[in-house]
Design a protein. Structure first.
Length: 123
């Protein structure tokens, strides 16, 4: 399956150091149902913006942890055996090797922090 086109994942870094990143403007400009943008790199991590509705597939990252922070909306993170619900201004770390999927019942904006070597669709 071509996950990158189904989920509209853009892995190209959009901003250089010392540039302002205007989250509300970026969020407003996302018209697709599932959009993921690589905003910038900080040391060995990439900061991503996701504007999503619906669900992602089950996956895991074998070598990297993944941090999710909800800007607006509601994010559900399904783990084996439980679901974590996050609202605005809440965050959660999924440790490396843990199978998970994310779901957004309504349009939701999230920030993600993950290693620059991560494959956004999972290993």
């Amino acid at each position: 399956m071509d996950f990158e086109s189904k989920y509209n994942i853009d892995a190209k870094i959009q901003f250089n150091p010392m540039e302002i990143i205007d989250f509300p403007e970026l969020i407003k400009g996302c018209a697709k149902q599932w959009q993921n943008l690589a905003l910038c790199q900080v040391n060995d991590s990439v900061i991503r913006l996701g504007v999503i509705k619906g669900e992602f597939h089950w996956h895991k990252h074998d070598r990297e942890d993944e941090f999710f922070y909800v800007i607006e909306g509601q994010l559900l993170i399904d783990l084996e055996g439980r679901t974590v619900g996050l609202g605005p201004c809440q965050g959660f770390v999924v440790p490396m090797g843990v199978t998970h999927r994310t779901r957004a019942p309504k349009r939701t904006a999230i920030m993600m922090v993950e290693g620059s070597t991560v494959t956004p669709t999972g290993d």
